[in-house]
Design a protein around this ligand. Structure first.
Ligand SMILES: NC(=O)C1=CN([C@@H]2O[C@H](COP(=O)(O)OP(=O)(O)OC[C@H]3O[C@@H](n4cnc5c(N)ncnc54)[C@H](O)[C@@H]3O)[C@@H](O)[C@H]2O)[C@@H](O)CC1
Ligand SMILES: Nc1ncnc2c1ncn2[C@@H]1O[C@H](COP(=O)(O)OP(=O)(O)OP(=O)(O)O)[C@@H](O)[C@H]1O
Ligand SMILES: [Mg+2]
Length: 322
């Protein structure tokens, strides 16, 4: 019943948007926020652990242990379980950050793909790339992504996962539940890998549409002063007030929370009416920017991603539960 209600609601929202060409930004923001709200599963005593989401993060190496932690704990603040698949060296470090995370030290083991594949039936979505690093593990990650696509689960690819996509676009090209979340550097590298002519840096929206279409209408989020979101058919922007603070790790909070919204959206939104990945992207961008704004009000220039993660609860409440 819920799916049917949401579908009717969604089609009316998007009919209005598409019929008007591009409604006012404010109107579209409100509509998209309403769509996000409609994907959030109610908390009831009738559910069991895991039912509201089991998210897998692929990443974590000697150099980077913070990024997978930021992504995994951000996911856990919405879902029920958060798994990190990282290298043996990174595992004790990430485990030491939080007992809430389930950390698998398998990424650099000889049978890494089989080790991760065992868990795929129990995961609702994947976030590939935070702290993955750019050596050695990438080939295994390709195989994990291939196996995950056969399970038809949402796959968010960020950070060094995007480095992998730049090398081998076919790994995710055309996968309708794939979402790429590049910053401007990663976007420029991706664009150049997919397009022969140089990117027109004066028109990012057009270049973003081109990239999405070249990637088989994948949902792509170009993070920046405004987050620009497209699946190649329409462009949406999230310009919720953040702050001028650009500490490292904010993109990891975004990708982790996106893994949860992508699972929730895939459950409730029919693909024919609106792309659940676009709605999920809008939800995660809004949440990240709201966390940044709230943390900056408290901590100013000293704001860190850890401060932002502490704001997830109240930011979520303000955006989606009020
Ligand atoms: N604490 C941690 O463990 C963190 C690890 N991280 C990981 O570090 C790895 C590399 O990520 P990076 O974002 O550094 O790599 P990128 O290749 O995206 O960026 C390289 C450098 O480009 C510069 N840059 C970024 N955005 C820019 C912009 N808009 N304009 C101009 N220059 C810009 C920054 O100095 C950045 O270090 C990833 O695996 C990522 O997940 C980062 O997420 C940050 C936090
Ligand atoms: N100039 C800006 N003004 C406001 N918000 C911004 C700006 N640039 C990025 N953001 C926001 O910061 C968040 C992270 O974007 P960023 O470009 O830092 O990602 P990233 O480089 O992948 O981060 P990470 O350090 O985790 O890798 C996004 O929510 C984005 O909306
Ligand atoms: Mg990043």
């Amino acid at each position: 019943m819920l799916t049917r209600t949401v579908t009717i609601f969604v089609s009316s929202v998007f009919d209005r948007y598409y019929s008007l060409g591009s409604t006012s930004h404010r109107g579209m923001d409100d509509d998209l926020l309403s769509l996000v709200k409609n994907t959030i599963p109610p908390l009831t005593s009738k559910k069991h652990k895991g039912q509201d989401g089991r998210i897998g993060i692929i990443g974590g190496c000697q150099d980077y242990t913070g990024a997978p932690y930021f992504a995994a704990i951000s996911a856990l603040k919405g879902a029920d379980l958060s798994h990190v698949f990282c290298t043996k060296e990174a595992a004790p470090v990430i485990k030491s950050y939080s007992p809430e995370l389930i950390v698998h030290p398998v990424l650099d083991s000889p049978n890494a793909v089989e080790e991760i594949e065992k868990w795929l039936p129990r995961l609702h979505s994947l976030v590939v790339g935070p702290g993955l690093g750019r050596e050695g593990l990438l080939l295994k990650t390709v195989k994990v992504i291939e196996k995950s696509k056969t399970r038809d689960i949402p796959i968010v690819i960020d950070a060094d996962g995007l480095w992998l996509v730049t090398q081998q676009p076919s790994v995710i090209q055309g996968y309708h539940k794939g979402i790429l979340t590049p910053n401007i550097m990663e976007f420029t590298r991706l664009y150049q890998a997919l397009n022969r002519e140089p990117m027109d840096s004066s028109d990012h929206q057009h270049s973003l549409m081109q990239l999405s279409v070249a990637m088989g209408n994948l949902t792509v989020v170009l993070k920046g002063e405004q987050d620009v979101i497209t699946d190649g058919s329409k462009v949406f922007t999230c310009s919720l007030e953040g702050s001028g603070r650009r500490c490292g790790g904010q993109g990891d909070l975004l990708s982790g929370s996106m893994g949860v919204f992508a699972h929730w959206g895939a459950l409730t939104l029919g693909p024919l009416v609106v792309n659940p990945s676009v709605v999920a992207a809008y939800g995660a961008c809004s949440l990240t920017r709201q966390c940044n704004s709230q943390a900056f009000q408290r901590h100013g220039r000293s704001t860190t991603t850890s401060d932002m993660i502490q704001e997830i609860g109240s930011a979520f409440k303000k955006l989606f539960e009020s």
